[in-house]
Unconditional design. Sequence first.
Length: 277
Amino acid sequence: MSIRKNQLEANKLQKRLRRNVGQAIADYNMIEDGDRIMVCMSGGKDSYGMLDILLNLQASAPIKFELVAVNMDQKQPGFPEHVLPEYLDGLGIEYHILEKDTYSIVTSKIPEGKTYCSLCSRLRRGTLYGFAEEIGCTKVALGHHRDDIVETLFLNMFHQSKLKAMPPKLLSDDKKNIIIRPLAYCREADLVALAELKQFPIIPCNLCGSQEGLQRNVVKEMLVQWERQFPGRIDQIFGALQNVSPSQLADTQLFDFETLKIERADVSATRIRAINL
């Protein structure tokens, strides 16, 4: 592939990602004038991509908002502590590194052979949400993308018997934080391509992401196979999450099936008149 063609493809990729993020922000009113947004940085491709795209949009947006990058050092063995500070220093933006040894807590509580994700994410969320309030952030941005959302839908269906995914925007349980997912419309493949293009200094997750037997990996492989056989299927599934018909499901909390009544015009008089004629 020629240099010119490579550049064209790179430009198309970045425009597509910015367009998708911009559309998600507009559709769900994720960012408002004067917002101070905590951008959660794990060191993975998704959070790097999210920060990169938000910085680009910030420069051209018709409203003013602040971005604050925050990483949580969970004291995993071998975690390269220098990588994110060096990268964020280079960007010249405000950032914070939180140090909290959740690694020891997780590994002490979860039996060997079991996955750490659930407890790890709960501990991490609690710390990050509390810090967002402490530094005056009005929104907390997480790097979940379209594929994550669809995977979560199937995980909840298969293992929790719930029709539930990840919303693009939500209020935390304690009502003290608004969580946004600006990458909700972005394909994972595009974020992989952006990470390669930008050469982000990726930090691998050795705590949970590399564990064998994660159910999310099973679902991910299922979706990859579907997409290979039926291109566009993941987009269709995500579209279904935006087009819900409660009366066509079976949840009595969402739709009042019990009091359904027929509505018919009184046709008896009409029939009698017709017979008399």
